[in-house]
Design a protein around this ligand. Structure first.
Ligand SMILES: *Cc1c(COP(=O)(O)O)cnc(C)c1O
Length: 347
């Protein structure tokens, strides 16, 4: 019971074998510190191969730092960052983007199902153009979104067009980037630099690694002195090989995509089984590895009493159910059976 698999977050899961084995292989005696080791060089090259371009790659410990430092490198303190009102950058980073950019203001955009609507970019940029308003500089998009939806290629292109029109950089929060690539069945390049993304924060943790995200600059100029930002923020790993080596394991033979694909499939199974429960209200389309449902308080508490854990504070409320690389069909069945049982008892 203590170690039962949960649907609270994909960060509840442990380390997947590919990442674990790569860590073990990197534990091979002495190697230079601070990134001048063979694993970090090879992992950076593997990322360049994956994205089919000569990008600048940095390894950091977590997503909050990746997003905040990347955004800080795109902005001066008098600029502003356009983001969706539910964005992690706005709601779940404790003001870190503003802190690391020395006060750059985050401007919030509405948008259905967690996606930024292109016209809201124009509205926000045009709202004020005088010197008293923080100058819009970046639009940040989360792929998949905080509500578990995925921006399609066309939606990304529409944002790119607006960003070009208003001379905004594009930052992508890809804490679950793998799930978006798996869901869309595209090459990583197609939904990043080919649609104008200047910098991607590519999540490893939720994909199955112990720790670590990469910050990938497709626009070299914007990466200037980024290593100093990392160091100052306490994000320069001294034994960096243990942050970088797992990427080698994950990128090899597309393990990262297969692991994400599995999580997506489990979410889709969960969605299907939940939709068979009488009286249930599923909130958003299931496009990646999460399902959101509205839960009456008695039923929510009943699930908690039976030992299930999930979050009810993301986005518009409701319960978020997140699948991970190790979620099994049996987990999905156990969860939905408990839920169906409670719905029967409370109807
Ligand atoms: C998990 C997550 C992050 C990273 O969070 P950390 O806890 O700082 O690693 C960033 N963006 C989104 C959308 C996330 O879900």
């Amino acid at each position: 019971m203590k170690h039962k698999r949960q649907f609270a977050s994909d960060n509840y899961a442990g380390i997947c074998p590919e990442a674990w084995n790569a860590l073990q292989e990197a534990n091979a005696g002495h190697a230079p510190g601070y990134g001048d080791d063979e694993w970090t060089h090879r992992a950076s090259d593997a990322l360049r191969d994956t994205f089919e371009t000569d990008c600048d790659v940095y390894f950091v410990f977590n997503g909050t730092a990746a997003n905040s430092l990347a955004l800080a490198s795109l902005c001066q303190s008098y600029h502003s960052i356009l983001c969706h009102e539910y964005a992690h950058v706005e709601r779940d980073e404790c003001g870190a983007p503003e802190f690391f950019s020395n006060g750059t203001k985050v401007l919030l955009l509405p948008g259905k199902l967690g996606r930024i609507e292109p016209d809201s970019i124009t509205e926000t940029v045009r709202r004020r153009t005088d010197i008293h308003y923080p100058k819009p500089r970046v639009v940040t998009i989360t792929q998949p979104t905080e509500l578990g939806t995925v921006y399609s290629l066309d939606q990304l292109r529409a944002i790119q067009a607006k960003a070009e029109e208003h001379q905004l950089h594009i930052h992508m929060d890809g804490a679950r980037f793998a799930n978006a690539v798996a869901a869309l069945g595209v090459k990583p390049s197609e939904i990043t630099w080919k649609v104008g993304v200047d910098v991607l924060c590519f999540g490893g943790t939720k994909n199955g690694m112990a720790v670590g995200e990469t910050v990938i600059f497709f626009n070299h100029d914007l990466a200037q002195e980024f290593e100093y930002r990392c160091k100052q923020a306490g994000q320069l790993a001294s034994k960096m090989r243990f942050l970088s080596a797992p990427w080698l394991g994950m990128l090899k033979d597309q393990a990262w995509i297969h692991r994400a694909q599995h999580a997506n499939e489990m979410a889709s199974l969960l969605h299907q089984q939940l939709s068979e429960i009488d009286g249930i209200n599923i909130l958003f389309p299931c496009e990646a590895n999460s399902v959101f449902i509205e839960l009456p308080i008695a039923i929510r508490d009943g699930m908690y009493d039976r030992g299930w854990k999930f979050y009810c504070f993301i986005g518009e409320g409701g319960a978020r159910l997140m699948c991970s690389w190790d979620t099994t069909p049996e987990d999905v069945k156990a969860f939905t059976e408990d839920l169906a049982d409670l719905y029967r008892k409370h109807s």
